[in-house]
Design a protein around this ligand. Structure first.
Ligand SMILES: Nc1nc2c(c(=O)[nH]1)N[C@H]1C(S)=C(S)[C@@H](COP(=O)(O)O)O[C@H]1N2
Ligand SMILES: [Mo]
Length: 219
């Protein structure tokens, strides 16, 4: 049975965001409560799965694939595809929310939980951020606690089939509670850092945090 991803926990942050929403601080002026509003403000549902990227899809053969996990960690590792596939597997069903306003419900992903990889490398106590680097040169930053959250996967399959190249195969990140640009396709390296650095879209006007329920689309 796949784990169902529940909406984000109640927290000081989400309570603050709801307060901001009530004050009309969202771009749409709509209120959004991740506890009860499955569809974030300003989003519309689609049934197909659009392809979005920088337009240069790298050819990542199983031979060429390599996943390095390094930076502010005690035990850096570098995995072949076979070594990655031999790690404990997890199924997760989650929703996609793209900043270009489409959302897609109930995507069944299979892969290795980010938590499992973090346990292998043992992050330093000061590590607080993650930079995801991809084979096409794309990079995106995410807070370590958000990367370590339940439901975050390094996925190789979608709906029971291996990920196609256009959707980031052989392995992509899936970070369900953030806008989809944080979910790097063709993942190559997971770099843990002490300080935060902006990734590709984050240097180009996108929001650093990317919480869909707070409509953190642009900086
Ligand atoms: N490596 C890489 N990952 C990427 C991108 C990219 O250009 N390169 N684009 C991001 C953006 S903006 C989105 S919306 C999603 C799209 O994923 P999809 O094409 O599977 O729908 O991938 C994200 N991950
Ligand atoms: Mo996107």
């Amino acid at each position: 049975m796949p784990d169902r991803i529940d909406p984000p926990e109640d927290s000081k942050l989400t309570r603050a965001k709801r307060q901001w929403a009530r004050m009309g601080r969202l771009l749409t002026g709509a209120t959004a409560d991740p506890q009860t509003d499955r569809l974030p403000p300003g989003q519309r549902l689609v049934r197909d799965w659009p392809v979005l990227d920088l337009g240069q899809q790298p050819e990542v053969t199983p031979q060429r694939f390599r996943l390095d996990i390094d930076g502010a960690v005690a035990r850096p590792i570098s995995l072949s595809l076979a070594e990655f596939m031999a790690l404990p597997q997890q199924d997760c069903i989650s929703d996609i929310h793209c900043v270009t306003q489409w959302s897609r419900y109930d995507n069944a992903w299979t892969g290795v939980a980010a938590r499992t990889l973090l346990d292998l490398v043992e992050p330093h106590a000061e590590a607080a951020h993650v930079m995801l680097h991809a084979f096409d040169g794309y990079a995106t930053n995410v807070r370590l606690d958000q990367f370590a959250a339940p439901g975050v996967l390094l996925a190789h399959s979608w709906q029971g089939e291996l990920l196609t190249a256009e959707h980031g195969g052989p392995v992509r990140a899936v970070i369900p509670r953030l806008y989809f640009w944080k979910s790097a396709k063709w993942i190559r390296r997971i770099e843990l850092t002490v300080a935060d650095r902006p990734g590709f879209w984050e240097r180009n006007g996108y929001h650093n945090n990317a919480d869909p329920w707070a409509e953190e689309r642009y900086s």
